[in-house]
Ligand binder design. Structure first.
Ligand code: 4AD
Ligand code: MG
Length: 462
């Protein structure tokens, strides 16, 4: 007989038939005569109840049916008399596939803290909360590809190993095959990367944007969706050293087109999750964050506020609130400032534009005021910055001047500059942090709980 999943069985319209089910035992209740076994196989948040009349099963086998064990059940799918479920399985045959010692199994019935579950990240997928989070993560990954595919964008796989640190987005992880015990040095006493695998110094990428631009300046609209790496030593609930980023890049887009796309994209993803993952969202709304569904629907129903960085600084300076970090034109905004604007002042997502050029990357389009660039950050409730992007500088000489000012060597980026020499056009793009998106959509408050195996300072266990 073909195995049915819990999802298929709970959604079944046809009952009173033989079924085969395999999964893990969540709980077992009952008495000497009958056992009620809740089976979950991760295909859906709910478990299905298996009813076993103990008289008809070998005692030895039934003793092994404990929390955490895996079992195979053949039986009849019947209408359930119990509360809270529509169908259940009246078991005919039960086979234990894998034992689980109840004394040692770390997932007990009582609720565990997320901190504890991080220490057993290899097993936390078996909890309701993490099942929901990772099903939603999958749905969003799929929805992202669908969104761009339907819009005629091309998925471009940009390299993970790069030789340039152009973004300046943070410290980079080095990639090398040199023997660390015997690092070769040149005559000047510097590390001789000539002898390294690529014949030069290489790193893990902090962003696929620069290569993405090359694609957009031929294919019109592309997006990257891949892992990125930042070796900042920041232990916050919103940073990991390895995260996934979605970076669309569009030729013939100015910053307004870019903002329209970012808002439409985020709303599409929220709506997609509400339409396709409602039972997981309802669970999270009940167990993790009581305001979740309301917040998702609110963001969906309201236009994002669009303001300049300078306007935001003025509002923050007038705010009768003590911030930990200083507010002054020219300084970068901190999460506390971003969240004040979104949660207390505008009470909706905000897109800030035209940031001081000195706090932004070299490639952003320079405004005529000589002080600001066409940057845009999308700020979200609970999260702060969820998207960072800009219109790009398409004029060769302006780009070269800015690189000189910032000490970025032209010979490292000759290929990037060539796109401005040969048929340059206005273009724009942005980067959405995938984990920050999942935090917003699931209500999980720590980024370590929305990526299967988080990488943070001093932590790379699994
Ligand atoms: O603002 P960032 O640094 O922008 C870029 O990398 C641009 N190249 C994007 C582009 O224009 N194509 O990063 C973009 C987003 C942030 O808004 C944030 O959501 C996320 O990436 N992010 C992180 N997420 C988790 N952990 C970290 N350490 C992150 N750093 C950035
Ligand atoms: Mg940023």
């Amino acid at each position: 007989m073909k195995r049915s999943t819990v999802k298929e069985l709970l959604g079944a319209t046809e009952i009173d038939r033989e079924v085969l089910l395999k999964g893990w035992v969540r709980t077992r209740r009952g008495n000497n005569q009958v056992a009620f076994i809740a089976i979950n196989d991760g295909t859906i948040i709910h478990s299905i109840q298996v009813v076993a009349d103990l008289g008809s099963f070998a005692e030895e086998e039934m003793r092994r049916v404990t929390t955490g064990s895996s079992i195979s059940v053949t039986g009849t799918l019947v209408e359930s008399m119990g509360k809270g479920q529509s169908v259940e399985i009246q078991a005919k045959e039960i086979e234990v596939l894998g034992d689980s010692d109840p004394e040692l199994y770390p997932l007990q019935k009582k609720g565990h803290s997320f901190e504890f579950l991080r220490e057993i990240a290899h097993l936390r997928f078996r909890t309701n909360t993490f099942g929901a989070v990772f099903r939603i993560r999958h749905a969003l990954a799929y929805a992202i590809h669908k969104y761009y595919n339907d819009k005629g964008f091309f998925c471009l796989h940009t390299p993970i190993i790069t030789a340039s640190d152009a973004e300046g987005a943070g410290a980079m992880f080095k990639v090398t095959t040199l023997d660390l015990d015997q690092i070769p040095k040149n005559e000047e006493g510097e590390i001789d990367f000539n002898q390294d695998f690529f014949g030069r110094q290489t790193n893990l990428t902090v962003s696929g944007q620069l290569e993405g631009e090359l694609g957009a300046l031929a294919l019109s609209s592309i997006y990257t969706f891949g892992p990125t790496f930042r070796a900042e030593n920041s232990n916050t609930p919103r940073h990991v050293a390895e995260f996934w980023m979605i970076e669309p890049e569009m030729a013939f887009y100015d910053i307004h087109d870019n903002m329209d796309l970012a808002e439409d994209f985020l709303k599409y993803l929220i709506k997609y999750t509400l339409d396709h993952c409602l039972d997981d969202l309802e669970f999270l709304n009940q167990m993790v964050d009581k305001g979740l569904l309301e917040r998702l629907r609110f963001v969906l129903d309201h236009p994002f506020e669009r303001k300049s960085y300078s306007e935001a600084v003025e509002i923050l300076m007038k705010a009768d609130k003590k911030f930990e970090f200083p507010v002054e034109w020219g300084l970068d905004l901190q999460a506390e400032h971003e969240r004040y604007l979104v949660e207390e002042y505008y009470k909706r997502p905000v897109i800030l534009t035209d940031y001081p050029r000195d706090i932004k990357a070299f490639y952003m389009k320079q405004n005529d005021d000589g002080k600001t660039v066409r940057a845009m950050d999308v700020l979200f409730p609970m999260i702060g910055e969820i998207i960072g992007g800009s219109q790009r500088e398409e004029e060769l000489n302006k780009l070269q001047n800015r690189m000189k000012e910032m000490d970025i060597p032209e010979d490292e980026l000759w290929w990037y500059l060539e796109t401005r020499k040969f048929g340059t056009v206005e273009h724009s793009g942005f980067g959405l942090g995938f984990e920050r998106l999942i935090m917003f959509i699931t209500g999980m408050s720590n980024i370590r709980d929305v990526i299967p195996f988080p990488r943070t300072p001093r932590s790379a266990e699994f």
